[in-house]
Design a protein around this ligand. Structure first.
Ligand code: GN1
Ligand code: MG
Length: 365
């Protein structure tokens, strides 16, 4: 780790890197300052099996963080260093360092003091809605194609279903003793539930092709734990910018609701815990709509749909990974991806039941 760090343009003395167990994709480490009051850092190994275009991804992050920083500075906002992530370049001016073994490393200034949460309250949800609404608005003047898709087709539902179909075909062709084949056989009920909703869930792609829906720059992983909160419990900074890319606005709205407006956990083994938390839904929507002033009527109308869509997409993604033999998401136990799949599918069903209520809340706001 020391070897890696010495390639970055750090000016203060730092201590040993310590692993930070967060996220399913990259490996993160805290690099603490030696002296109080100096900068600490967050060092990350980018998972280049998943993010194949590291150059494009890092350019996206630089573009977005610079754009937001400029806006904050122009507006005379205080404490800008904690409000937007800041990359530390390498000594030769690059955005990442590539080791001889082919690993990619990048370094951020650590945002501190700050905490992250797995659950929000209605109060913190409203403030977080404002934060993500502002994030989208700050980026709304960038042409959507100024950024690349750091993972091609990342939130494209048609593509995700195609990946699932391929996983099913591959599992089918395996011998009966193969664990993936057994998984497939045991999960016919899940496939039927997914199939029932295919058409409906590909609506956004159809509307886009028909020229009725546009793309904006989105965060594309608006989970609660990708927001840092300050000492007073206010969101200060949005992190995990790897997936910032063009997409539909309700990707971000829906992904937040998927994780926060759920009374259960993303991987709750007890499906009875899972319901839509309408109080959190309303609070987040209120904050979001206050800031997201650029939305069209159609985009507003589709917000409740976006919630279902993102839970459905996550169901498909977890299930695909399960059938592929758990190659994408880090798992904590063998059937983890199946438990995640069932929990997300239950959330879809709960969101379907709550659709009318969600619509009337949005209309009211
Ligand atoms: C992944 O690593 P993490 O937790 O930030 C995933 C998201 C999923 C999420 C599911 C690049 O995010 O898309 O929604 O897990 N990120 C990537 O919790 O695939
Ligand atoms: Mg994350």
């Amino acid at each position: 780790m020391k070897e890696v760090l010495q390639h970055f343009a750090i000016t203060n003395e730092v201590g040993e890197a310590q692993p930070l167990r967060i996220g399913f994709i990259n490996d993160s480490f805290i690099v603490p300052a030696r002296r109080v009051g100096e900068r600490s850092y967050c060092l990350q190994r980018i998972n280049h099996r998943i993010f194949k275009n590291v150059d494009g991804l890092m350019r996206n992050i630089q573009l977005v963080t610079n754009h937001i920083r400029e806006k904050l500075e122009t507006a005379g906002v205080s404490d800008v260093e904690r409000k937007v992530l800041q990359l530390v370049p390498t000594k030769d001016g690059k955005l990442y360092y590539r080791t001889e073994g082919g690993d990619y490393w990048r370094l951020y200034v650590l945002v501190e003091p700050a905490t992250s949460q797995e659950k929000v309250t209605p109060k913190s949800a409203e403030l977080t809605g404002e934060a993500f609404g502002r994030f989208q608005r700050q980026l709304a003047d960038l042409p959507f194609d100024a950024l690349c898709e750091s993972i091609p087709n990342f939130h494209n539902m048609e593509f995700r279903l195609q990946e699932l179909d391929e996983a099913i075909e591959r599992a089918k062709s395996l011998p009966p003793s193969n664990v993936r084949k057994k998984r497939l056989e045991a999960c016919r009920d899940i496939i039927a539930e997914i199939d029932k909703r295919r058409d409906e869930m590909c609506l956004a792609e159809r509307l886009f092709r028909e020229g009725k829906l546009q793309k904006h720059i989105n965060h594309c992983d608006t989970k609660v734990n990708n927001v840092l909160f300050d000492e007073a419990g206010r969101p200060i900074c949005i992190v995990d910018l790897d997936t910032v890319m063009p997409g539909f606005v309700f990707s971000d709205f829906g992904d937040f609701m998927r994780t926060a407006a759920n009374t259960g956990l993303e991987d709750d083994p007890n499906l009875d815990n899972i319901h839509v938390d309408l109080e959190v839904f309303e609070a987040y929507a209120r904050g979001y709509l206050k800031e997201a002033t650029f939305l069209t009527d159609l985009e507003k109308e589709l917000l409740p749909y976006g919630c279902r869509l993102l839970s459905y997409m996550q169901t498909v993604r977890f299930f695909t990974d399960y059938l592929n033999g758990d190659t994408y998401y880090k798992i904590a136990y063998p059937e983890h991806n199946l438990v995640r799949t069932r929990a997300q599918l239950r959330l879809v069903e709960e969101q379907e039941k709550a659709e009318e209520q969600m619509r009337s809340i949005i209309a009211h706001l």
